[in-house]
Design a protein around this ligand. Sequence first.
Ligand SMILES: [Zn+2]
Length: 417
Amino acid sequence: MIGQGAESNTACSIFRAPWVIPVCSPVLQDGAVVVAHNKIVAVGPYHELSLRFPDLPLSSCQGVLLPALVNAHIHLDLSIMGSVYPDSPASTMCDWISILLKKREKAHFSGEAMEDAAAKTVIDQYASGVGLMLDIGNLPLQRRDTTGLEIISLLEMLGPSQDAQQAVMNTLADFPSDLPVTAHSPYSTGPDLISFIKKRCRRQGTMFSFHLAENRDESLLLVEGGGCFARFLKQRGAWDQTFPVQGIDSRGVVGYLDDLNLFDDKTLCVHCVHLNDDDILAIAGAGAHICLCPGSNRFLGVGTAPLEKMLAAGMLPALGTDSIASNTLLDLWQEMSLLSQEHPRVDSASILAMATLGGARALHREADFGSLAPNRSGCFLHVQGREYEKVENAEQLLKRLTSCGRPESVSWIKAEL
Ligand SMILES: [Zn+2]
């Protein structure tokens, strides 16, 4: 990364800071990032880069330089709902879904109001340092996005009965072929439709992202035809022969999805709270990705994902906020802080890597996002706060970044083109 001697170059700026966190390489004290034409040219110790690029205009920053955050799971079209609290600690996730649906039916939100709420969320996400997100929606919103935040959007489909699956397949036949679509979850979508959508994704080369193992009752529904999801489907008149799924063997829900040929490197499994060791190995072995949403899991009381086992299997999960309907705040800094509390044996560097590199890999955008390295995007973060001023080493710095919530100041470094 660091060449010999001074270089004549077209770089337009060198950004120097007390701390630079490349994520893909060790933290630099008194580090620098050289940017040209909106791409990073070099990252390294300032004293080396200042010799290599002696004529560049210098921007001295206080605080920390690091890559943009990646929010790998959000539902912008639920922004208008605000936090939807369960009735009581005894409420099931199905109770919460019922409350959410009732609130939405009663409110009759206009399309414009929903788009405005989504746009405000996008602005706040960008202000918090998110540069890339995966948005899963039930409605194709026409967002007036004026920030620099890049949004990958997937339209989410559900089909819990034979009739509903067939109806969605008929609808998809009329969809523009370039409109990316995904499935909601194994408990809301039958096997024919899940397979149909994954095959469509493969033909189009698009992501397939779905909620997996968020709640124990998912397995109860698919294996035994019981649990809260079975009651929910019966109450809504959507119960037929789709569940329980015939032929599920001892490998459970993940084995069933594996038989549907669902896992590959374009599949992103979200939540993954109730996975056993074999499930994790099957998902990791297929090269599929995982996104954790600790804030939403805590809000709905569904449990804590086995992060240590995922890391031990060689995975680097991504991180997502999920929607505001199932969270108190949409903020990846808070999600990192929750992970720090819930997984004290996981090192802070891994948690920061999840919120940056993990998301970039899962969304296949590692060439631009996730780390500070040559050829990556020249737009990255500059964070400041009193808590970072007196840190003595990289370990302390990473601990504070991942356990204190959103920094006092988050701003964007954007080099002139
Ligand atoms: Zn979700």
